[in-house]
Structures are given as structure tokens and as C-alpha cells.
Ligand binder design. Structure first.
Ligand SMILES: [Zn+2]
Length: 166
């Protein structure tokens, strides 16, 4: 599943995909869908001008959905640790959806999941069998992409998504 920006090829007026975008595995897409309403709640707050809000939701393997006060977009982006670095940074891989685009995503995202079998069948990583013990969860590259960074990686993941108090 791709969320991708297209441009018009001036030669033939056809739409062609650009490098700007993000690729969802079925599992990452499932992760996004299961959090869709939560994300939208936060988007609504940012749109209403609420300050100091920063939500980074892990949708798997270093891909995050970022909603932040002062930024009129939903940022779907891969975070990577630079060589020799000790914490993840946003990479060039990703796409910023403006709120109108986000609204469209809200409108169709569930329907897309329901109508494509591999997307429909995907289960959340947290529901995988080996996640019933903590080691399985900690070793999972989907849930803990930056686990080799010890506490730094963990702190990054939490990043006040949970502490919104809802
Ligand atoms: Zn996992």
C-alpha cells in the first residue's frame, strides 16, 4: 500500500509517481487503521489551535505518524538512526499530508483495508503469538525498531503518545 505524491509528466500529461511518499506493509497499514480515530482526535486539536501537542505513533519498523502543534499536516515518515548516531531522526522517506488530504484518507482508509484481502487479513504485531512474552515483544523489529539503542530508543517510542490522558 502506497501513499504517494504524483506529478504530471509534461511530455504526455500522464500522472507519474514521485519519490515523495510512504510504503505501508499490510501490518503497518493495520497499525495505522487501528489508531485512525485516535490520530484524528489529535489532528482536530491541532486544527483547533491547541499548543504543545506532539504525538509520534509507531506504526512499525521505524515508521511513524507524527502530529504536532503548529504544523498543518500529518507526517507519515520513516525515522532512521544515522551511522554512529544514538537516536533516530526523521528521514527523507515519507509524506506530509495536509489536513484536507488527511480528511480524504479518513474517508477511504478503512474501506481500502476492508476491500483488499492481504490488508484485511493483516494482524497487529502486538497480537502475534510470540508477543505473549515480553522478550518476544522486545525482540520485535516492528514494535521496537530502535531497541539496540537501549533506553534512548524506548523513550523515543513512548514520546507522550500515551500520556495525553484520554
Ligand atoms: Zn511486534
Amino acid at each position: 500500500m502506497h501513499v504517494r505524491e504524483y506529478k504530471i509528466d509534461p511530455k504526455n500529461n500522464r500522472q507519474i509517481p514521485t519519490k515523495i511518499g510512504v510504503t505501508f506493509t499490510p501490518q503497518r497499514y493495520a497499525e495505522l487503521i487501528s489508531n485512525l480515530n485516535d490520530i484524528d482526535k489529535r489532528v482536530k486539536r491541532v486544527r483547533a489551535g491547541v499548543e504543545g501537542l506532539l504525538n509520534k505513533l509507531n506504526i512499525g519498523c521505524g515508521y511513524y505518524c507524527v502530529v504536532e502543534s503548529g504544523f498543518a499536516c500529518v507526517n507519515l515518515r520513516r525515522f532512521l538512526v544515522p551511522p554512529g548516531g544514538d537516536r533516530p531522526f526523521p528521514s527523507k522517506i515519507g509524506i506530509k499530508l495536509n489536513f484536507e488530504e488527511w480528511d480524504n484518507m479518513m474517508k477511504y482508509a478503512v474501506e481500502v483495508k476492508e476491500s483488499v484481502k492481504v490488508l484485511k487479513d493483516a494482524i497487529l504485531s502486538a497480537n502475534e503469538l510470540d508477543h505473549s512474552n515480553q522478550q518476544g515483544y522486545l525482540n520485535c523489529g516492528h514494535c521496537n525498531p530502535f531497541s539496540t539503542l537501549s533506553e534512548i530508543g524506548d523513550t523515543f517510542q513512548e514520546d507522550n503518545y500515551q500520556s495525553e490522558g484520554e
